[in-house]
Ligand binder design. Sequence first.
Ligand SMILES: *Cc1c(COP(=O)(O)O)cnc(C)c1O
Length: 368
Amino acid sequence: MIKIVQPIIEAEEVDGVIAVLKSGIIAQGPVTKEFEENFAKQCGSKFAVATSNGTTALHAALYAAGVSAGDSVITTPFTFVATANAILMQGAKPIFVDVDEETFCINTKLINKAIREDTKALLPVDLYGQPSEVQELESIAKKHSLKLIFDACQAIGATYNDRPVGSFGDASCFSLYATKNITTGEGGMITTNSEKIFELAKQFRHHGQSESQRYEYLDLGYNYRTTDFASAIGNAQLKKLERFTKARQENAAYYTKSFNNIPGLITPRVAPNRTHVFHQYTLRITEDFPIDRDQFVERLKAKEIMVGVYYPKPLHLFPQFKSLGHREGDFPVAEKLCKEVVSLPVHPLLSETDRQKVVEEIIKLSKE
Ligand SMILES: *Cc1c(COP(=O)(O)O)cnc(C)c1O
């Protein structure tokens, strides 16, 4: 079977974890601090704060940027649920804005008319590993005095105008979940150039506790810490990020070259001035293809090729967002994409024979 995702754990990760286990410091300690420094360096940011997962990174970043109850935050309905849930977790209201059909990222042209009096922040998503339209977002945020926080959970290693993801805006959030481009099993990270956001995120992660005075609580906080054995895995994974990313990009290039000119099959587009790290390689199966997307998934599964649908339903149709009053038809691009997208195996362990088989089977389907 050709898997859609395969975490890569090698000797370095194993040795790192064992060293931590033997060190006696197994909660969050010096190895995490080292991981934060390495991560900040990778992202070209001044600071980084490790958290327990990507969702808690988003929640802590929103808090640290000053988002609170009564505020609204602009994001897209075509993302993983945690993006918008984090806004609710902070007592704020998500405002959905439709995505761009070609990049799957927020359509910056639609943001201006979505901004309201209570809008505090923008939370764009670098979906599938392609950075959002950073320059436009920076200018909108500046013009309207909004905080700019990126959900970069899928985009570590990507660049925009040669600047690394994680270096823009007020903060960026990453996930280190098992399926992400680098992993610590579960884990998250916030990068920022703001000392204030850095300090507040650390405080929020640690029960709202003052860093200088133990048992002095400056505000509500949570336990969003990570562990040093997770961070040991992270340190080893970071060293391989470039190798992993190159392998993903090479697999993606192979697919795109092989799927040239197939009616009804749209390959992913990388916008100019951006690099894409292909957390997912996502095709669109449109009505000109002989079978629909769901049949496409089933047929490949029958050939032992696992593919994924990220995401089958847009967020505005789920119960926790019901009070926003949306209905089907409100975000036509996101809704259409939910019916068309399918992601192929693109991970670094995919072999030459694997990807050839994926291409052959899809070309067969296109000729039915
Ligand atoms: C993975 C992911 C998250 C959540 O990260 P977890 O580590 O699973 O909590 C949030 N947003 C996006 C876009 C993601 O892909």
